[in-house]
Design a protein around this ligand. Structure first.
Ligand SMILES: Nc1ncnc2c1ncn2[C@@H]1O[C@H](COP(=O)(O)OP(=O)(O)O)[C@@H](O)[C@H]1O
Ligand SMILES: [Mg+2]
Length: 238
């Protein structure tokens, strides 16, 4: 074992008979923000689905907080302190903000702990407190993304996976997403972010990975990736 909170070791995974990931590895230390970038279809979301247990790798393993979690179900993975915001701001549109947050806390049976966590999420996103009785489907895109993040925080995770949190959002909400990342990090949360907005994602990251065609391509500090000429040319639009 190494000092990583999360380690993904040479995973091979895919859909049906087709392999999408051909031996991807990642290491995340406690307290880090790690960004994963790479072209569409590189397998970034597939990495997250494999970490969370929605897909079982054909080879390799996933370790979290000192234990091998390869092959566990998503609810088991979540109980160990990993949480996930899927791509696409998925909220339950006909449920209220509060009901959405309650859904996020379905593994929490202790009422006092639930209240405390809810208060922390409301502190982080005051707009969610204001709109707690409003249906989620009536929120703006940016507010829905805050709700999706808030819901993932309801299990009080040690590590949060954010899949394309800024995709399709108006500029001020894009800024808000990256501000949120910084605030969560300041609270001691470990974060792994997949982003199309590669420059912003590397700016907030301690380290980053570039994936391409289901393989590791580059791995370095966020700063060095931002200034690497080849990375700039290939992935950061010159
Ligand atoms: N549910 C699925 N069934 C079959 N193929 C899929 C599925 N989800 C993704 N893929 C394929 O896996 C590849 C990687 O997808 P994905 O992990 O979503 O990439 P990224 O998030 O980097 O854009 C793509 O070729 C995509 O078409
Ligand atoms: Mg994706």
């Amino acid at each position: 074992m190494d000092a990583s909170l999360l380690s993904v070791e040479k995973i091979v995974a895919g859909y049906g008979k087709m392999d999408i990931l051909h031996g991807v590895s990642l290491h995340v230390r406690a307290g880090e923000v790690v960004s994963i970038i790479g072209p569409n279809g590189a397998g970034k979301s597939t990495v997250f689905k494999t970490i969370m247990g929605y897909l079982t790798p054909r080879q390799g393993r996933v370790c979290f907080d000192g234990a091998d979690i390869t092959g566990l179900r998503p609810d088991q993975v979540m109980r160990r302190g990993l949480s996930y915001v899927p791509q696409g701001r998925i909220v339950f549109p006909l449920m209220t903000v509060l009901e959405n947050l309650e859904m996020g806390a379905y593994t929490e049976r202790n009422r006092a702990r639930f209240r405390a966590t809810l208060e922390r999420v409301y502190e982080l996103f005051p707009i969610l407190a204001e709109r707690r009785h409003q249906k989620a489907g009536t929120l703006s895109g940016g507010e829905q993304q805050m709700l999706a993040i808030g819901r993932a925080l309801m299990v009080s995770p040690k590590l949060l996976l954010l899949d394309e949190p800024s995709l399709g959002l108006a500029p001020r909400f894009v800024t808000m997403v990256f501000e949120t990342v910084k605030r969560l990090r300041a609270l001691g949360l470990t974060l792994v972010i997949v982003e199309q907005n590669a420059v912003r994602a590397l700016e907030v990251a301690d380290r980053g990975y570039v994936l391409e065609l289901g393989r590791n391509r580059f791995e370095d500090t966020g700063h060095r990736l931002l200034t690497n000429p080849e990375v700039k040319r290939l992935y950061l639009g010159g």
